[in-house]
Design a protein around this ligand. Structure first.
Ligand SMILES: Nc1ncnc2c1ncn2[C@@H]1O[C@H](COP(=O)(O)OP(=O)(O)OP(=O)(O)O)[C@@H](O)[C@H]1O
Ligand SMILES: [Mg+2]
Length: 162
């Protein structure tokens, strides 16, 4: 991911200084990367950060929570890498996604809106603020796997032509 280093933002959270760069801005959150501490600072516009924290604590396939600021709706998480694409997909991605699915099923988490990131060959899920207790996991992960496989196939077809 290309980070705009001109958009530097400094946070003071519980006396700890985090020098960050704006990573993304979504409907509900602003996300900042702090490379020095290898963390993401996610600032929510609402209290759904509490759901995100809940699932991060339950699931080992989600980022570890390393800090919280309840006044400002901030969660500080370990940085779990770049978005998963055909370019960085690990060879054993099917096994890893099957394991994530099993963990979500065991935890009773529906996996709504989750996204996949990868770091050092390890896939984790992010964006758990919309996850609820439920049973829609199968469909969500099946779709994600199909999308990924489609893009891997398209890419390898492109390579053969050139
Ligand atoms: N802990 C993390 N480690 C690495 N990358 C992360 C992490 N959390 C978020 N990201 C990256 O930041 C992007 C935006 O974060 P996220 O999806 O959680 O919020 P959002 O999409 O802005 O929120 P919304 O779903 O409300 O639009 C993700 O797509 C992912 O690439
Ligand atoms: Mg998102």
């Amino acid at each position: 991911m290309q980070i705009d280093k001109s958009k530097k933002v400094v946070f003071n959270i519980d006396g700890q200084i985090y020098s960050t760069y704006k990573y993304s801005s979504g409907m509900n959150t602003d996300v900042y990367h702090c490379p020095d501490n290898d963390v993401m600072i996610k600032q929510y516009k609402n209290k759904s950060f509490l759901d995100e924290i809940k699932w991060c604590h339950i699931l080992s396939c989600a980022p570890a929570v390393v800090g919280i600021d309840t006044e400002r709706n901030i969660v500080i998480q370990e940085f779990v890498g770049e978005p998963l694409t055909y370019k960085n997909v690990p060879d054993n991605y099917k096994l890893q996604i099957a394991n994530i699915k099993q963990e979500l099923i065991d935890a009773g988490c529906n996996g709504e809106d989750i996204e996949f990131c990868v770091k050092d060959g390890k896939i984790k899920i992010v964006d758990l603020g919309a996850c609820r207790d439920g049973d829609k996991v199968e469909r969500r992960l099946y779709d994600a796997l199909c999308d990924l496989e489609k893009s891997i196939i398209q890419h390898s077809e492109g390579k053969e032509i050139t």
